[in-house]
Design a protein around this ligand. Structure first.
Ligand SMILES: C[S@@+](CC[C@H](N)C(=O)[O-])C[C@H]1O[C@@H](n2cnc3c(N)ncnc32)[C@H](O)[C@@H]1O
Length: 271
């Protein structure tokens, strides 16, 4: 049915900043099971783009669960997490303290207008599951223009991951039944709202071009077209150490493998 439907459905924006305390808690706690396949996919691929001892700037980091997973598989990296949501930042700082993660830091910042002091000199600038939160095209182009400027100035690699909006809203519901049956009501509600707010690949392509990022690799889920990734290597050869594969559940590993196998055109293991 999804494939037979020709036109994209209308986008339904959601609130930009995730600062509802219950929503933040549900999102943070979902990391170890429901969301781990996505973190494993993103972190293992991002790792391929960053040289030994490199620096990652993760924009719209939420509570840093992805950063923490990246740090577990690549302890040589330093990750700066940037978000506008105080509850997300506080949750992330508490997690980093508890796990003694001293290579992950949390900074308040707006992805559409970042201070140089926050940006630093990243080897990789990433934005995961966040572009759909932005209210409209112009705000999203502003965020992408920031990313393009960071890339130009520092020769950074780029990794942008998000949902791609489906043509039918029933599709996402069905996918969640199959792949994330353990998602509680709050997480389910947020995930459905995020997919409805996501950009289509065509919309993303147009915004990336407007922002000066028209040369990124485009990777998408060739089976379900649920996820999109836009990425580019950095100017410095990554020559990345092997991904340290933190221990995750067997189910999460299986789903991560399915996601990775379904995506087209991903970074090669040797950077
Ligand atoms: C769905 S969460 C994704 C978090 C994380 N990247 C992950 O993959 O788990 C999106 C995050 O983007 C943040 N966000 C939205 N708009 C932002 C902006 N303009 N600047 C900084 N953060 C923003 C939200 O507060 C939220 O924490």
């Amino acid at each position: 049915m999804e494939r037979a439907t020709k036109h994209p459905r209308d986008r339904v924006p959601e609130p930009m900043v995730m600062d509802d305390v219950e929503g933040v808690r549900a999102f943070h706690e979902a990391a170890q099971d429901v969301q781990m396949p996505i973190y494993e996919f993103n972190a293992s691929m991002m790792s391929r783009l960053v040289p030994e001892g490199g620096r990652v700037l993760d924009l719209g980091s939420g509570s840093g669960q992805l950063a923490a997973h990246l740090a577990a598989g690549r302890p040589d990296l330093t990750v700066t997490c940037v978000d506008l949501s105080e509850p997300m930042l506080e949750t992330g700082r508490a997690m980093a303290d508890k796990r003694s993660l001293d290579t992950v830091e949390f900074v308040a910042g707006d992805v559409t207008s970042l201070d140089d002091a926050v940006v630093g000199r990243p080897d990789l600038v990433s934005c995961n599951w966040t572009l759909h939160q932005l209210p409209d095209r112009d705000t999203t182009v502003a965020a992408l223009t920031q990313i393009a400027a960071i890339r130009r100035e520092h020769g950074s690699a780029v990794w942008l991951f998000d949902f791609a909006r489906m043509r039918r809203d029933a599709t996402m519901r069905a996918l969640m039944e199959v792949f994330t049956p353990g998602a509680g009501p709050q997480l389910r509600k947020d995930a459905l709202a995020s997919e409805a707010a996501a950009w289509t690949r065509d919309e993303m392509r147009e915004m990336l071009t407007a922002a000066g990022l028209d040369d990124l690799h485009e990777s998408y889920d060739r089976v379900l077209e649920t996820y999109q990734v836009w990425w580019a290597p950095g100017e410095r050869a990554a020559d990345a150490p092997t991904w340290g594969q933190p221990s995750i559940s067997r189910d999460a590993a299986k789903v991560a493998q399915l996601i990775t196998g379904a995506q087209t055109d991903l970074p090669a293991a040797d950077g």
